[in-house]
Design a protein around this ligand. Sequence first.
Ligand code: GLN
Length: 282
Amino acid sequence: MTYSELYQTARRILQESGNDAAVYEARCLMQELMGIDRIRLIADGGRIVPAEQEQRLIKAAERRADGYPLQYLLGCWTFMGREFAVGEGVLIPRDDTEVAVMTCREALRDCPKARIADLCSGSGIIAVTLAGMLPQAEVTALELQEAAFGYLQKNIAMNGCTNVKALQGDLFTAHTLFADGSLDAIISNPPYIAREVLPTLQKEVQFEPAAALDGGDDGLDFYRCLASDWTAKLRKGGSMTLEIGEEQAADVMALLSAHGMGELRAVQDIQGLDRVIFGTKI
Ligand code: GLN
């Protein structure tokens, strides 16, 4: 089979599975797994593919057709212009998270040397992106899960971030490691899906770690902890930026308001849905 035929085959496998981004995804697979980009596909399309490479690509296309996430097959994904390693055991970056990053960054415009904690950091997209935008800031990225922590460390190194420190620990206990009033900003995209909703989410999500999604019975467990145990770690005037599920704004604002946070507001994503709660320490 030639490279061109292999690409057509992968595209057809994806199309037949109902994938409406089949062209894009087949190109991504060719590029990341074979090193054949669009230009080389034209220039070298007639060359014969080594048999084991052919099998590898077809297998990947078939797994994708079964709902396995594209990002895990590629092993990397882009967030706000930076590249991040991803794979099983870590949540895949979502563009929605840009709302949280930009909200936090805006709050720190007069605080270039901010001490920032990114809690439930996962692959580290928030910590690494903020650290890149604020090179004088000091970012601590907290992550509990072993696999995700490995990706976090890798992504810090891969992006050349010298101002992010990875810390392996649990949101529910690690607050004891921080002095009261010692942070200028806390940001988090915690697990927020209500447990019973998890099995109903789309097939791709079922391959992602439940630990990164499961927010307890009502989805709010992590916000309760963020409000009760972490707000004290902010200095007066410090900010908290929390990514939320679209129906959680009122609940999360009530939790923060009960623990000394003011100027609370919801920020909407590109679809107009509430995506972030922002507040400052009174
Ligand atoms: N946005 C993710 C989803 O809907 C959830 C991420 C999270 O729980 N923080 O799958």
